[in-house]
Design a protein around this ligand. Structure first.
Ligand code: ZN
Length: 386
């Protein structure tokens, strides 16, 4: 199918109506042009913003389903919910789980990649845990974190080349050597759920860790360490220019002033917005959970998801378009808000030659937002979704 988009505003320069026409052929952006090309569908952007599709590298589910359910239905429902809100590419994310549960999740991911009914672009799995700090585990199951083993985890890494990201605590014994073995294979390592300080973090960056998972949440901060004052992971993430950070932009996990502080410090070049969304995102109100089977934890949904009966935050209930509106609301320029959900995560994962911008030859993943930044149209892999 050939789609032509007209009357769109460029996300890079809101006052300039450029490109006048965006010509999509098959699953690629073919050209930006001044004259109306031929197309099967002409989509009127109605003076809305034409932007690249959102890339969410950290989310557990949506539409009432968690990826850990490991069924085709869970993958379809969760991805469809986020796709309708403009997320055209994503990394299904696990919670800390036994090796058997991780295998079930990864096998389901593998099947989903061949599922003709799945309309989103899967970028590979993100394993969040189980190699995490017990103290900073957040909503992750303590017994699973306690019994996790590095060698068993590496077996899973070797078995499933579709694993794209790993969140681990850099202080876990042996994790730096493990990272340096698997970074060359294209696995991206992220520091998170961690008590690490000072030099432990430097060692992890040298070993190949390139990002920090949900900055400010579930991590160490400045204090005493081995008898001396040392920065924690939160401060190291802000100080080290090599390190990318993800931030949960629901304005619950991180208050607005700290969100802005992180943005000013890291800039949109090194900061990414993630939803860390749970099954409850877009699901009818009622009982909610994170994970599945024996790792399932009951949640309470308020303005975000909390572990039942506690004040422990477990994840968000937002979608990516809300993150853009939140960022703009607190004063971040629109183009940077978009960049933190498109070009920057594409760079982190090494897919920026194909995704995250609207240049000719790139994948046809496009979102059209109206002037209130609500999603009007979504195109994914050249297909008009809405
Ligand atoms: Zn998460």
């Amino acid at each position: 199918m050939r789609i032509v988009i007209r009357n769109g505003l460029s996300w890079l320069d809101a006052d300039k109506k450029a490109p006048t026409y965006l010509n999509i052929e098959g699953d690629l952006i073919r050209e930006q042009t001044d004259r109306l090309p031929e197309g099967d569908v002409v989509l009127d952007a109605g003076d809305g913003y034409v932007i690249p599709g959102f890339i969410d590298i950290h989310l557990h589910g949506g539409g009432g389903h968690d990826f850990m359910e490991a069924t085709p239905e869970a993958f379809r429902s969760a991805t469809e919910h986020h796709l309708l809100h403009g997320t055209t590419a994503l990394c299904p994310t696990s919670v800390s789980a036994t090796v058997e549960s991780l295998r079930a999740f990864l096998n389901a991911h593998r099947r989903a990649m061949a599922d003709p009914d799945l309309r989103v672009r899967l970028l590979g799995a993100h394993l969040e845990g189980p190699l995490l700090s017990e103290r900073r585990r957040g909503a992750h199951d303590l017994s699973v974190v306690k019994s996790a083993e590095l060698t068993a985890f590496e077996t899973v890494l070797q078995e499933f080349p579709l694993i794209r990201r790993v969140t681990a605590a850099p202080e876990w014994p042996g994790i730096c050597a493990l990272a340096s073995r698997h970074v060359p294979e294209g696995v991206q390592f992220s520091m998170g759920h961690s008590e690490a300080r000072g030099e432990e973090i430097d060692r992890a960056v040298t070993a190949g860790f390139t990002s920090v998972t949900h900055l400010f949440n579930a991590m160490s901060s400045y204090g005493d360490h081995l008898g001396i004052k040392a920065p924690g992971l939160a401060e190291k993430a802000l100080m080290d220019d090599r390190v990318y950070v993800e931030l949960i932009g629901d304005l619950v996990h991180v208050p607005a002033d700290m969100f802005l502080w992180a943005y000013r410090n890291k800039t949109a070049e090194k900061m990414m917005l993630v939803t860390d969304a749970l099954s409850a995102a877009g699901a009818p109100a009622g009982t909610a959970a994170i994970g599945a089977g024996s790792e399932r934890m009951e949640l309470e949904i308020r303005e975000a998801a909390y572990l039942k009966g506690t004040e422990t935050l477990a994840g968000s209930v937002v979608s990516a378009d809300q993150l853009v509106r939140n960022a703009v609301k607190i004063g971040i320029p629109f183009r940077d808000a978009v960049k933190m959900l498109t070009e920057t995560p594409a760079k982190l994962l090494g897919v920026d030659r194909f995704l995250g911008r609207l240049d000719p030859g790139m994948g046809a993943d496009i979102v059209i937002l109206d002037r209130e930044l609500q999603v009007r149209h979504v195109i994914c892999r050249g297909n008009l979704i809405r």
